[in-house]
Design a protein around this ligand. Structure first.
Ligand code: FAD
Length: 398
């Protein structure tokens, strides 16, 4: 009888967690199943590139996990019952229920309309592949001189606006930011951002809180409006509603509340990682939804599960930030160095070198997913028989 570990979602964090678990535990002891709706890995951090017409490398999971001991299930997760310890999925063979002893929830997030009227009807988004492809198709049909308004002055908004402006200099690109442009950056970072944005001809509306999206414009809080043939909504991410519909303790926004080992504070046989988890980081600040902090949550969860099942030492690696890596089109970038709790320090890397750095970071993350069991020292430890037999009951008390 093997201990059944199910990982939901094969984005950056789910894929990393599954691979690391496979490396840490013996196949005779555990059955690791990775459930994902799509057959290939989606590099979410490149959705703005996909939207402007760049083609991304195809990364089918079948090759990635072959021979690793991780069983891949292509199915959509429709529900989780944490009391019965089952997951409801719908795949090619219809609806099915999978039982688990340990669950790793890594379903990520989608776009966040923030309840602003008109967004669902009129705005485009790039939080995932379907949205990015829809925008790609629309941008391709725009004529020179038409306006694209990117709403959101955060990292995704900056990347989207600069990518569109660089690829389509014939369009009139605008950025609407609730605060000042890059106001969280160091002065060097802010200055560079302004230079690049100016060079690309992007019109910036600062302190412009968007209150509505219409077919041909967005309205802003001061009563004004910005004309928009296309509105791209990048004002944050929202988690999928599946966790909120369970008995798990979640935040008001539906993120699963976890402890330092990524274990649910209400259900010890459930772990949550990446965007789906509410993790307190340095300075008692919640980690932001990002690959930068999401991937370490996956490592932490996998190591904690392995430690609890084998009687090993629990990981105690604080998850911290080092830098914010921002692409500003393909030729420019900004690497803003930050404190452990994500506040900008003076140092920043800019220009072409920063663009190359950012590209290497993206490539490295995708490579890590594509080679899920590479590089880790093999520490396949035996799961104690009692722990396998008792499943999560023993894991919970470890
Ligand atoms: C345009 C853009 C640029 C970004 N740039 C950066 C950046 O530069 N740096 C950074 O750190 N972060 C960046 N991010 C954020 C980063 O992409 C996310 O934080 C990260 O992808 C979260 O990883 P995850 O594994 O939690 O979720 P995801 O990567 O979203 O993976 C979730 C997985 O679950 C699957 N799934 C979802 N629902 C279901 C279901 N019901 N059934 C089955 N499968 C399901 C999805 O198909 C997906 O494979 C960016 C995001 C975007 C959109």
């Amino acid at each position: 009888m093997r201990h059944r570990i199910i990982v939901l979602g094969a984005g950056y964090t789910g894929a990393f967690a599954a691979g690391r678990l496979a490396r840490r535990l013996r196949r005779e002891d555990v059955a690791i199943t990775l459930v994902n709706a799509e057959p290939d890995f989606v590099e979410r951090v490149r959705m703005h590139q996909l939207a402007v017409g760049q083609d991304l490398k195809s990364r089918p999971f079948s090759g990635m996990f072959a021979g690793t001991g991780v069983e891949l299930r292509l199915a959509k997760v429709t529900g989780v019952d944490v009391d019965r310890k089952t997951v409801a999925v719908a795949g090619a063979d219809g609806a099915e229920e999978l039982g688990y002893d340990t669950l790793v929830y890594a379903l990520g997030s989608g776009w966040n309309a923030q309840g602003v009227p008109g967004t669902a009807e009129h705005a485009f988004e790039i939080a995932g592949r379907p949205g990015a492809l829809r925008l790609r198709e629309r941008l391709a049909r725009l004529d020179a001189g038409q306006t694209v308004v990117v709403v959101g002055g955060g990292l995704t908004g900056l990347e989207a606006a600069t990518e569109i402006a660089e690829t389509r200099p014939d369009l009139d690109v605008a950025l609407a930011a609730r605060g000042g442009l890059g106001d969280w950056l160091s002065s060097k970072g802010r200055e560079h951002l302004r230079t690049v944005v100016g060079r690309l001809g992007i019109t910036v509306y600062e302190h412009a809180a968007v209150t509505g999206v219409e077919a041909d414009r967005v309205t802003i809080a001061d009563g004004g409006a910005i004309p928009a043939a296309v509105t791209v909504w990048t004002a944050g991410f929202a988690v999928h509603p599946i966790a909120k519909a369970t008995a798990l303790e979640v935040t008001g926004t539906g993120q699963i509340v976890v402890d330092g080992t990524m274990r649910s504070v209400s259900h010890p046989d459930v772990y949550a990682v990446g965007d789906a988890a509410m993790v307190m980081g340095p300075g008692d600040k919640p980690l932001r939804m990002s690959c930068a902090s999401g991937v370490p949550t996956a490592w932490q969860a996998a190591d904690a599960i392995a430690a609890r099942l084998t009687g090993g030492k629990l990981p105690n690696v604080p998850i911290r930030y080092f830098n914010q890596c921002v692409s500003l089109g393909r030729k420019e970038g900004l690497i803003q160095y930050v404190t452990a709790d994500d506040r900008a320090v003076r140092a920043a890397l800019t220009g072409r070198l920063a663009a190359v750095y950012k590209e290497l970071v993206c490539k490295g993350a995708a490579w890590g997913v594509a080679n899920p069991t590479f590089g880790l020292p093999t520490r396949r430890r035996r799961v104690t028989r009692e722990r396998v037999a008792a499943g999560s009951a023993v894991a919970a008390s470890a």
